[in-house]
Design a protein around this ligand. Structure first.
Ligand SMILES: [Zn+2]
Length: 169
């Protein structure tokens, strides 16, 4: 396996290549230090972005991000996995943030009346019809066993679903 790292100060990108796939793991903030031109382009059938540790985007960062996604999705099938809440908020505000990519899995915010707040990972393939109706999947609180409440507006949070989900058409 071929690995490399690009460091932009507030953002680190780890890149791992296997025969058919390249995985870019983003950790940190997409801000004015991010230079998309310095991200190595790797042409593979499958291109995966791991986005659970993307914290924030600012306006300079998002402009660079859109160029990166546009460029990279020309090289192979681009998949967004484990999207953080910040990443989903960004896709909902600026759909170009996803380019031609598809969302494979993402985190969604929940809370329980017992006091717990938790982000739960949702696999798109497991609950596609639900997401297209803009309904949050149900989870139980690990502390008290009650049903978790969704902690955002479903209509807004799952907005990305129609455009972004694989095989949604
Ligand atoms: Zn609870």
């Amino acid at each position: 396996m071929l690995t490399s790292t690009v460091d932009f100060g507030n953002l680190t990108i780890d890149i791992q290549q296997t025969a058919n796939e390249v995985v870019y793991k983003f950790v940190g903030e997409v801000d004015e230090h991010f230079r998309q031109k310095d991200v190595p382009r790797v042409k593979k059938a499958n291109i995966t972005f791991v986005l659970e540790d993307i914290a924030t985007f600012n306006s300079c960062g998002i402009r660079e991000w859109i160029y990166l996604v546009r460029d990279i999705s020309e090289l192979g099938a681009l998949k967004f996995t484990k999207c953080s809440v910040a990443m989903i908020d960004q896709i909902n505000m600026v759909p170009d943030s996803l380019g031609k990519g598809t969302v494979d899995s993402f985190f969604a915010p929940y809370y329980c009346n017992c006091g717990g707040e938790v982000n739960r990972l949702i696999n798109v393939g497991d609950c596609l019809p639900l997401l297209l109706r803009k309904n949050a999947p149900e989870f139980k609180c690990e502390e008290c066993g009650h049903k978790l409440e969704f902690d955002a507006l479903e209509e807004s949070y799952f907005l990305f679903a129609e455009a972004a989900l694989p095989e949604a058409s």
